[in-house]
Design a protein around this ligand. Structure first.
Ligand code: HEM
Length: 533
């Protein structure tokens, strides 16, 4: 923002509640807030009553739109401290150095339910972290599953339309299956792997404190010496991974819809500060952006930890609940494209679509382009962006120059590269015909779903079968159930046989269509339970 010449710029806590006197929004004293101005003791209320009109008008506008997805969430402040070992892969100071503690804000969420929905539903959980680094804000906007339903962001409105409550009755919410969601899963076979995670115990965490988190996409990191790597982010909870069984989740939903919210708040209040280690899977930056045959740009694929171990690079500790839910948890605005020097996005088509979506939706949700000035979003790094005016502008910019180059103000702000700039793209070759492509390396939709199934213990497999059977059992249309069974048949014969039996339907065969290229790396993994995290 502009240099501080104007004393008004020093007002940091706008409209903080100060003084011991009730006032109007303009600071004029109010003598009575309980009785409207009327003509006589039994007469009509007078339009002249400023306090009445102002009080009700402000109240009428207290709500902002809930997030179009991830509406239900809860947040906490904390700190992140790096171990220092990431310096070999990234120059991002908050990861590379041990001598600084980075302030963070984390928001956990469910995806499909509305803002007032219950916490312990079966759903994906958001795990979004805002690192207020001295080099700018870095947002790691992840989930508690390492993969996603779709490979291309153009399908995101479709899966959300399919998963959100039905438009006619506005039921059901996320915890109950319905035809459109399962119709989408059966019709878009790339979602099979994610559906396996959603139907597993991971879909009902015991607590936010006992969830893993994943950046899902592959990022590109650049070290101080210019070398680059392809990297996946992981959060590992200090308390380990724990879930609820379905029956527990039903009870907690009824007894305490705020179960996860309360758990996080209570833990912090009791001084049992939740902790996660940040881990990286670090892979060579190759021209084809694959690792052991796995396409790193395909967000429906993991890189198994057996072939690329997660290296712990720092510790996150949540230490403080928000003082005001609206100002912090609701007004926080995460964005995958908030990166700092040393961390870059890749050409993953899902990630590329997200780069557009978050800013776009926040322009509506937070009422214009100045939401980075809200306290929870304010960068801790100096800001000099030459942006001006707009809805809800809080800064009083001084000076006449907001363009470059200029001869009036020493040609400030400076733009010459000095090695610590973000968004300096590593030159990577791009070529090919413009078109709506279907990469062959994105065609394998089942081998990692199978890997996941085989990684489960017998008890976990039983839960998976029960979840599929229960959810599909709620679908009204036979063809929807058959569509999903056809996908499960390509995952595992035992899985599909058990789910089909539960539904009283015939077992389809699991023929793999022509042209599907399975990931060769998967054959390197021993086939016994418990091998995939
Ligand atoms: C919100 C994660 C894919 C659009 C969120 C949030 C998380 C998240 C954690 C909640 C942020 C918060 O707490 O405020 C992910 C992950 C994805 C993914 C891990 C895939 C790997 C997508 C895609 C799109 C999208 C493909 C659109 C093309 C949105 C929107 C919001 C959102 C519009 C609401 C943001 C707001 O109102 O502030 N996402 N998402 N997401 N996501 Fe995603």
């Amino acid at each position: 923002m502009a240099r501080d010449r104007n004393p008004v710029n020093h007002v940091t806590e706008l409209h903080a509640q100060e003084g011991d006197r009730l006032t109007t929004a303009q600071g004029a004293g109010v003598d009575d807030t309980d009785h409207s101005l009327t003509a006589g003791p039994r007469g009509p209320v007078l339009l002249e009553d400023h306090h009445l009109r102002e009080k009700i008008t402000h109240f009428d506008h207290e709500r902002i739109p809930e997030r179009v997805v991830h509406a239900r969430g809860t947040g906490a402040h904390g700190v992140f401290r790096a171990y220092g070992n990431a310096a070999s892969v990234t120059k991002a100071a908050f990861l590379a150095t041990t001598d600084e503690e980075t302030e963070v804000f984390v928001r956990f969420s469910t995806v499909l339910g509305s803002r007032g929905s219950a916490d312990t539903v079966r759903d994906v959980r958001g795990f979004a972290t805002k690192f207020h680094t001295r080099e700018g804000t870095f947002d790691l906007v992840g989930n508690n599953f390492p993969v996603f339903f779709i490979q291309d962001a153009v399908k995101f409105p479709d899966i959300i339309h399919a998963g959100k409550p039905e438009p006619d009755r506005e039921i059901p919410q996320a915890q109950t299956a319905h035809d459109t969601f399962w119709d989408f899963i059966g019709s878009h076979t790339e979602s099979t792997h994610m559906a396996m995670w959603a139907m597993s115990d991971r879909g009902i965490p015991r607590s936010y404190r006992t969830m893993e988190g994943f950046g899902v996409h592959t990022f590109r990191m650049e070290a101080a010496d210019g070398t680059t790597s392809l990297v996946k982010f992981h959060w590992k909870p200090a308390l380990g991974i724990h879930s609820q069984v379905w029956e527990e989740a039903q009870i907690t939903q009824g007894a305490d819809p705020d179960f996860h919210r309360r758990d996080l708040y209570d833990a912090i209040a009791a001084g049992a500060f939740p902790q996660w280690e940040l881990g990286l899977q670090i892979m060579p930056d190759t021209v084809d952006e694959t690792f052991e045959g796995i396409d790193l740009l395909d967000p429906t694929k993991i890189v198994p930890e057996e072939i690329c171990p997660v290296q712990a690079v720092g510790l996150l500790t949540l230490t403080e609940a928000p003082e005001n839910f609206f100002a912090e948890t609701e007004q926080v605005a995460f964005h995958v494209d908030h990166v700092v020097p040393g961390i870059q996005v890749t050409n993953d088509p899902l990630m590329q679509g997200r780069l557009f979506s978050y800013l776009d939706t926040q322009l509506t949700r937070l009422g214009g382009p100045n939401f980075a000035q809200l306290p929870v979003n304010r960068p801790r790094a100096a800001v000099n962006d030459m942006f001006r005016d707009g809805m809800h502008q809080q800064a009083v910019h001084s000076g006449v120059v907001a363009y470059k180059p200029n001869q009036i103000d020493d040609d400030l702000p400076r733009t010459s590269p000095d090695g610590d700039d973000a968004f300096v793209t590593i030159p990577t070759p791009v070529s090919g015909e413009k078109g709506r492509h279907h990469p062959v390396s994105f065609t394998d939709h089942f081998s990692q779903a199978r890997l996941f199934w085989l990684s489960l213990t017998p008890v976990e497999q039983a839960h998976e079968v029960e979840a599929f059977t229960f959810e599909l059992g709620k679908c009204l249309r036979q063809e929807v159930k058959e569509g999903v069974l056809a996908s499960l048949a390509r995952v595992d014969t035992d899985l599909v046989a058990r789910v089909a039996a539960g539904l009283g339907l015939p077992v389809p065969d699991g023929e793999v269509p022509d042209g599907v290229v399975a990931s060769p790396a998967l054959s390197q993994i021993p086939a016994e339970p418990g091998r995939v995290d």
